[in-house]
Design a protein around this ligand. Structure first.
Ligand SMILES: [Zn+2]
Ligand SMILES: [Zn+2]
Length: 327
C-alpha cells in the first residue's frame, strides 16, 4: 500500500510504501476510493491537537470497498461499499458510552488522529464503526459526507428548530449543511471572510437567502447560528447576530482564543455550546437524509501524492467546497 504519512507536526506529509495491512479480529481492510480533506486534518498536521499517534496517516472521510475481513466480522463482506468516519472506536463502558453519548467516550480512538486514516490506498478499521453506504453517488462526492456532512448534521440538530440559521465559514461543512437546511425549509444566512465574494456567491448559488462578511450584521436577527470556521472572534459576532433566546453552536474541534465580550451579547437567554465528534446514530440518520434530499458535495480532487497541496489550499481558503484525495 501507499500512504501519505505525518512523521511529526509541522513538516509535510511523506509518501511511503508499506506492506498491505492485515485486518485483526473485528477489523476490516478497505481499499480507499476517495478520502476527503477536513480542517481537522490541518489541525493534526499543524500540531494544534494534543497527542496524535505518530507517525500517523491522516484522513477520516473515507469511502472505499471492503477487501478483507478479520475474524468475527459477519456483517461486512469483500466488495461492500463503506464509509470510515472520525469516530474509530469507543470503550463501551465509560459513563458517556453507558448513557448513549459515545461521541464523548473517555477512551476513544479517532481515525487519522489516534489510529491510521485514509490518506492512503488502504485503511484498516474496526468493523463496528464503519458505515455501510448505498451504491449511489460518486465516491469522491460522498467522501466529505463522512465528517463535514456528518458532524455538520450533528451541529445542525443541536442548533435547534429555528428557521433563520446563520452559517459562519462557508467551507466543506457549511456547503453541505446549507443544502440540508434549505431542504428542511429553513432560511440560510452565510457569513464568510470579509471580502470573500466568491464564497458569498457560492453560498447564494446553494440557496442562501443572504451572504456577506462575518463582520456585517444579518438583515434580521437569526434564530440560531453554527460556527464552522476555527476563529474564536466569530463567537461574539455570532452571538450578536442571534435574537433573544437564540443559540450559537461551535462545530469545530479547535478554535483560536475567543476574545472577551460584553455580557449583554449572551444575556436574554442566548445559548452557546460546542459539538464534539459524532455518534454512530448520527450517521444512520444523516445517510438516510442525504439520499432522500438528494444532497451532493462539490469537490476538488487531488491525487493522493498531492495531499500537501490539498492541505495548503484548504489552509489558505483557495478552494470552494471540499478537497478530496483520490489514490
Ligand atoms: Zn466510552
Ligand atoms: Zn473532520
Amino acid at each position: 500500500m501507499r500512504a501519505m504519512v505525518l512523521e511529526r507536526p509541522g513538516v509535510p506529509l511523506k509518501l511511503v510504501e508499506r506492506p498491505d495491512p492485515q485486518p485483526a479480529q473485528r477489523e476490516v481492510r478497505v481499499r480507499v476510493a476517495a478520502c476527503g480533506v477536513c480542517r481537522t486534518d490541518l489541525h493534526v498536521v499543524d500540531g494544534e491537537l494534543p497527542n496524535p499517534k505518530l507517525p500517523i496517516v491522516p484522513g477520516h472521510e473515507i469511502v472505499g470497498y471492503i477487501e478483507a475481513v478479520g475474524q468475527g466480522v459477519d456483517a461486512l463482506a469483500p466488495g461492500v461499499r463503506v464509509g470510515i468516519p472520525w469516530l474509530g472506536f469507543t470503550c463501551g463502558h465509560c459513563p458517556y458510552c453507558r448513557e448513549g453519548r459515545e461521541n464523548l467516550c473517555d477512551h476513544p480512538l479517532f481515525t487519522g488522529y489516534t489510529r491510521d486514516g485514509g490518506f492512503a490506498t488502504h485503511a484498516i478499521a474496526d468493523a463496528r464503526y464503519v458505515f455501510r453506504l448505498p451504491q449511489t453517488g460518486e465516491d469522491a462526492a460522498t467522501a466529505p459526507m463522512l465528517c463535514a456532512g456528518l458532524i455538520g448534521w450533528r451541529s445542525l440538530r443541536m442548533a435547534g428548530e429555528g428557521t433563520k440559521i446563520g452559517l459562519f465559514g462557508f467551507g466543506a461543512a457549511a456547503h453541505i449543511i446549507a443544502q440540508v437546511a434549505r431542504w428542511q425549509g429553513r432560511e440560510v444566512f452565510a457569513f464568510t471572510r470579509p471580502g470573500d465574494t466568491a464564497a458569498q456567491a457560492f453560498a447564494r448559488r446553494l440557496g442562501a437567502r443572504w451572504a456577506g462578511s462575518s463582520e456585517a450584521a444579518p438583515p434580521e436577527p437569526l434564530d440560531c447560528a453554527i460556527i464552522y470556521a476555527p476563529v474564536g472572534a466569530l463567537v461574539p459576532q455570532a452571538l450578536r447576530a442571534v435574537r433573544k433566546g437564540g443559540r450559537v453552536v461551535c462545530a469545530g474541534i479547535h478554535m483560536s482564543d475567543i476574545p472577551s465580550f460584553p455580557y449583554r451579547l449572551l444575556w436574554e437567554e442566548r445559548e452557546l455550546l460546542s459539538v464534539a465528534n459524532l455518534a454512530r446514530k448520527d450517521g444512520d440518520e444523516f445517510f438516510a437524509i442525504i439520499q432522500r434530499a438528494g444532497i451532493a458535495a462539490e469537490t476538488v480532487a487531488y491525487p493522493l501524492s498531492r495531499a500537501n497541496e490539498a492541505l495548503a489550499d484548504l489552509r489558505l481558503g483557495r478552494l470552494q467546497g471540499a478537497a478530496v484525495l483520490v489514490p
